[in-house]
Design a protein around this ligand. Structure first.
Ligand SMILES: [Mg+2]
Length: 438
């Protein structure tokens, strides 16, 4: 008998980040970074780890949604399942009853993401490779098989996807060597949380430049006068040569976004991120036309590949910010990378959260080696929080992500973290009056 998947365990893990206002922005004033965490067990001595990221309350709902997927995983023959993750993906996403909860959006879709990513973690460990390398070693045909092209073929057919991947094939080895030597460019959001005072902002901006980052990001959208003051401080601190992106976290209506960004134009913002509702495809396009040459970036709350398709078709964004754990995991993100390549739009992944840096680096590195073949104008977000809780934390050096070498997806949290931060009974929460459940 071959090995089987034998268990699916979940953990409600929360970090009390709201105590220091890490992660605070115009819409999310007091996030407690959290993971609805899943461990897929096998009788082969391997586990796969994945999670959906939330910011506190509701993490229990997210965890329950992951548990609802147990029947799709437990009992599967391990190697057959891992060899057909495109098929496993489709069976979960298109479950005729669970699909009603979306379709392909929200809590249930994020639950699929956690499980799919855990299966990729498992497959990468089984093959002894980091996920980026595992993906980059697949043939163009195998990569295309990972993708569900339903709803995409008016913008991207399987044949076109194959063409994109075949075009990139001859340069794979050279780019992989280059990636291992120099890493992948990062930008940092750590200086710009809205809850930080001016001195902390200035100090962290100076630190970012000293650390080698060529781009930083500031949260905006609370109060225009505050934004002008904070951008002036940041621009003085980093100088004219460092890009400053601003992020409104969906705060504005379309007209307000246009006026607000124009009022910040003197500080030369590189992009404005999530200016309005993540569902407003045409609103983003209107904003993009009105604020040019300032660019629009969005994607961390874009529900699925279909909305990304429309945004690319409508000219809604100049930078596509996929998230590792909001759409349904690696497979859907491969579709999104292919769509972005088709439209020639750079992908700059979202990573503000817990563990998202660990995951998205694999997607960007795969993209560089095997899809777009380019690092030009591309950066991965970096936030300097909570990496100490991971078994294989990201390494960022001189403003670049160092290509990971450990087998897996980097999603595994330390056992001690799972115990200490268990909500609501772990020691971090049991002794606290400052709970997520407040
Ligand atoms: Mg953002």
């Amino acid at each position: 008998m071959g090995a089987e998947i034998t268990s699916l365990r979940t953990h409600d893990v929360r970090f009390p980040t709201s105590r220091d206002l890490d992660g605070s922005d115009a819409m999310n004033a007091d996030p407690d970074y959290s993971a609805a965490y899943v461990v897929i067990g096998t009788d082969a001595g391997l586990e796969g780890h994945g999670f959906a990221f939330t910011i506190g309350r509701g993490n229990d709902v997210q965890t329950a949604a992951i548990r609802a997927l147990e029947p799709y995983v437990v009992g599967l023959a391990l190697d057959e399942a891992l060899a057909d993750l495109g098929g496993v993906w489709k069976r979960m996403v298109h479950d005729s009853q669970l699909r009603w909860l979306g379709p392909e959006k929200g809590v249930m879709h994020m639950a699929v993401s956690a499980v799919v990513n855990a299966l990729w973690d498992l497959r990468a460990k089984r093959e002894g490779k980091p996920v980026w390398k595992l993906l980059a070693d697949l043939t163009p045909e195998q990569i295309v098989e990972l993708v569900d092209f339903r709803y995409l073929t008016d913008a991207l057919t399987p044949g076109e996807a194959l063409e994109i991947l075949r075009r990139a094939e001859p340069g794979r080895a050279r780019r992989e060597a280059e990636l291992r030597a120099t890493g992948y460019p990062a930008y940092t959001t750590s200086p710009g949380w809205l809850g930080y005072d001016d001195d902390k902002l200035r100090g962290l901006c100076e630190q970012a430049v000293a650390d080698g980052f060529g781009q930083i990001k500031l949260k905006v959208g609370g109060d225009l006068d505050d934004d002008i003051r904070r951008l002036r401080i940041a621009r003085e601190a980093v100088g004219p040569g460092v890009r400053i992106a601003v992020d409104a976290n969906q705060r504005w209506d379309v007209g307000t976004a246009i006026d607000w960004v124009r009022a910040l134009a003197e500080f030369d913002p590189w992009w404005v991120e999530e200016p309005t509702s993540p569902d407003d495809v045409l609103g983003h396009a209107t904003i993009a036309r009105a604020i040019a040459p300032v660019r629009v970036a969005t994607g961390e709350h874009v529900q699925n590949r279909v909305v990304f398709k429309q945004m690319l078709q409508a000219g809604s964004l100049s930078y596509l910010q996929l998230d590792a754990a909001r759409v349904a995991g690696v497979n859907e993100n491969v579709a999104i990378l292919l769509l972005a390549a088709k439209f020639g739009v750079p992908v700059c992944p979202h990573a503000g959260g817990v563990g998202l840096c660990e995951l998205v680096q694999h997607l960007s590195m795969f993209d560089y080696v095997a899809v777009s073949g380019s690092k030009e104008d591309r950066v991965i977000e970096y936030v300097d929080h909570l990496h100490e809780h991971f078994a294989d934390p990201v390494v960022v050096r001189d403003g670049h992500y160092v290509a990971p070498t450990a087998p897996g997806f980097g999603a595994a949290m330390l056992p001690r973290t799972l115990a200490d931060h268990a909500y609501p009974d772990g020691p971090v929460w049991a002794t606290s009056e400052n709970g997520s459940g407040a």
